[in-house]
Structure formats: structure tokens, C-alpha cells
Design a protein around this ligand. Structure first.
Ligand code: NAD
Ligand code: LMR
Length: 328
């Protein structure tokens, strides 16, 4: 019995994500918030014969009500990329949007889990953390950057190379962040060993790192991944909901490493060093992050090098996000 708010519910991701949340049998209340078009989306989705009660919240005057009494806020609000843009180019607009939304959650539902989809995730999650700290309600176990699409792509792209692989069952840990070379798939530690040449590992790693660009290019100015992201967001939200309901679930997600959760040493030793945030496979429970799940083996030399490259870029992305709130 979980109450969920989708913030940015009328958007390209927001609409299919809201649909998938309405289909989730564990969701009892579904609050849909946007600054445009959300009454129509909510009216439409509300006719689906599941038990979740759907409500529409339109505009900043209804934001506080949208995030009152919720267990989980999912945030896909903000602008997407066009060809030629990086995710960091979205910072100017999306930083302020995420800050405002998290301020409202901090005031009305300070113990809610917060799952951030809005890009650039490497910076919007640090923004959220600083907002929550400033309000005195930061619990690092409850704040998540959604990196599930990288994990989903990794499984599917492996199957493109090895058609015998079951894409739905294969799990590849993807660590680091969510943009370009900060995305580090650990193909050598996949749930089922995959026999790949060095060249194939390089090719696959690059494709997973830049998978978002394939969609941006194909949509040709009409935005970025929305349907695969809605699937990934709903899968991650379902993991959080199952965790809230007492199950132990493992999912990779971008979390506050600064809080030193159990298991952080392995990731720091691998190359995350003193970084405050990093995407890692996380064991989730009713209070959120229980611990970082062990990677289950030693990453290859190629993967360790990729982590070092990721760490450098992440350091800057994280500092940019934090500074947006602290002014430091
Ligand atoms: P979109 O433009 O289709 O939808 C965004 C929605 O946000 C719109 O409905 C808009 O009205 C709403 N919005 C804007 N300002 C708002 C505010 N202040 N409060 C509430 N809602 C607001 O964009 P999209 O394709 O759905 O992408 C949304 C974001 O998700 C982008 O930043 C995109 O880069 C990101 N994204 C992240 C991932 C990931 O893996 N984490 C994947 C795909 C896209
Ligand atoms: C993705 O990975 O598809 C998203 O982050 C959207 C983007 O800008 O590529």
C-alpha cells in the first residue's frame, strides 16, 4: 500500500511512467503533477480498472498538495536533449526545477523516497541532497538517481551481439554515473558469464555509454528516450515499492557515497575514491539503502580504467550540482 507522486507527469516520460504506476498493484494513491496538461492525463489514466486512486495537480499552487502524504516521489520533470546537446547543457533549466520540487517534498513529505530521472542526474541528485540538508531532513538512504536505463540497455545490447542470451534475465552491473564515460558497465561481472573479445567489450561499453545519443539522434529534435525510460523508471520504482513493503531488492542506482553505507570501501578502492555520489548496485529495504551489494568479483583492467575516467568527470558534475544550492 504505497502512495506515489509523479512530478512532470504530462511529459514524454511522465505519461507512460504514470500509466505503468497505475498498473502497479501495490500503488494505492497516484498523484500526478505538472505545470501543463496534467488534468487530461490523470482523467485518462484514472479510468484504468486498478485500485490506485489517481489525482491531478496542476501548477505550482498545487505542488504542496501533490507531495503531501506520499511514500515515493518520482521526478521526470524538465527539458530533454536535442541533437548536439550534452546532458550538462540541460543543467541551466533543470537544476532550478529539481530544486523547487525537492524543496516541496522536504516540506511536506520529508521521509519520502525520492527517485530523480531529470538530467543531468550526476548533478541533479547532488542538488536534491543539498536542498534536503538545508532543510535538515537529508536521509542519504532515501535519495536515488535513476540509472536503470543504463542497466536495461546493457542487457539488451549484449543480446544484440549474442542472440542466445536472455535479455530479460541477464543482469550487468552498471556503476559510476549517468552520462557518457561516467557510465561504466561491468560486463565481466554479468549475472551469466558472457564470452566477449576485447574488441567486443570496447564496442559494447561505448554503445551502453552513449545509448542515449542513439535515441536523441533518431528522434531528430523531438526529444530523448521516453518509452524505454518509462519502463526503466517503473522497474526502479517497483523495486523501491517492494523494498518499502519489506522485500530485499538489489538495483543499481546513483546514491550518496559520502554517507559511507556498508560496502562503500569496495567501490572507493575500485576508483570512486573520495567521491560523494556514485552509482552502485544497492540492497534496498524499508528504510531505503541497506548497503552496497558486493560486486561479486574483480572488475577487469579495462573496467578499472573506465572507472578512473568516470570518477574525474563525476567529481566536476557533483561539485556543480552542490554549488547550485550552497553557492560555494
Ligand atoms: P518532456 O519535455 O517530454 O517532459 C517534461 C515534463 O516536465 C513536461 O510535461 C513539462 O511540462 C514538465 N515540467 C517542466 N517544468 C516543470 C516543473 N517546474 N514542475 C513540474 N513539471 C515540469 O521531457 P522527457 O522526455 O519526459 O524528459 C524529462 C527529463 O528526463 C529530461 O531532463 C531528460 O533528459 C530526462 N531523462 C533521464 C533519463 C535517465 O536515464 N535518468 C532518461 C531519459 C530522459
Ligand atoms: C538517456 O540515457 O536516454 C537519457 O539520459 C536521455 C538523454 O539525454 O540521452
Amino acid at each position: 500500500m504505497v502512495s506515489v507522486a509523479v512530478l512532470g507527469a504530462a511529459g514524454g516520460i511522465g505519461q507512460p511512467l504514470s500509466l505503468l504506476m497505475k498498473l502497479n498493484a501495490n500503488v494505492t494513491k497516484l498523484n500526478l503533477y505538472d505545470i501543463v496538461n496534467v488534468p487530461g492525463v490523470a482523467a485518462d489514466i484514472s479510468h484504468i480498472a486498478t485500485n490506485a486512486e489517481v489525482k491531478s495537480f496542476l501548477g505550482s499552487g498545487e505542488l504542496a498538495a501533490a507531495v503531501t502524504g506520499i511514500d515515493l516521489a518520482i521526478i521526470p520533470a524538465g527539458v530533454p536533449r536535442k541533437p548536439g546537446m550534452t546532458r550538462d547543457d540541460l543543467f541551466k533549466i533543470n537544476a532550478g526545477i529539481v530544486k523547487t520540487l525537492v524543496e516541496a517534498i522536504a516540506a511536506s513529505s520529508p521521509r519520502a523516497f525520492i527517485a530523480i530521472i531529470s538530467n543531468p542526474v550526476n548533478s541533479t541528485v547532488p542538488i536534491a541532497a543539498e536542498v534536503l540538508k538545508a532543510k535538515g531532513v537529508f536521509d542519504p538512504r532515501r535519495l536515488f538517481g535513476v540509472t536503470t536505463l543504463d542497466v536495461v540497455r546493457a542487457s539488451r545490447f549484449v543480446r544484440d551481439l549474442r542472440p542466445g542470451v536472455d535479455a530479460a534475465a541477464l543482469r550487468v552491473p552498471v556503476i559510476g554515473g549517468h552520462s557518457g564515460t561516467t557510465i561504466v558497465p561491468l560486463l565481466s561481472l554479468a549475472s551469466t558469464p558472457i564470452d566477449l573479445s576485447e574488441a567486443e567489450v570496447k564496442e559494447l561499453t561505448h554503445r551502453i555509454q552513449f545509448g542515449g545519443d542513439e535515441v536523441v539522434k533518431a528522434k531528430d529534435g523531438a526529444g530523448s528516450a521516453t518509452l524505454s525510460m518509462a519502463h526503466a523508471g517503473a522497474r526502479f520504482a517497483d523495486s523501491l515499492i517492494r523494498a518499502i513493503n519489506g522485500e530485499t531488492v538489489v538495483e543499481p542506482t546513483f546514491i550518496a557515497l559520502a554517507a559511507d553505507p556498508e560496502g562503500a570501501e569496495e567501490i572507493r578502492a575500485l576508483g570512486a575514491g573520495e567521491l560523494d555520489f556514485f552509482a552502485v548496485p544497492v540492497e534496498l529495504g524499508p528504510e531505503g539503502v541497506k548497503r552496497i551489494a558486493p560486486l561479486g568479483g574483480q572488475p577487469s583492467a579495462f573496467e578499472r580504467e573506465a572507472v578512473a575516467v568516470a570518477a574525474k568527470a563525476l567529481d566536476t558534475n557533483i561539485a556543480t550540482g552542490a554549488a547550485f544550492v550552497t553557492g560555494a
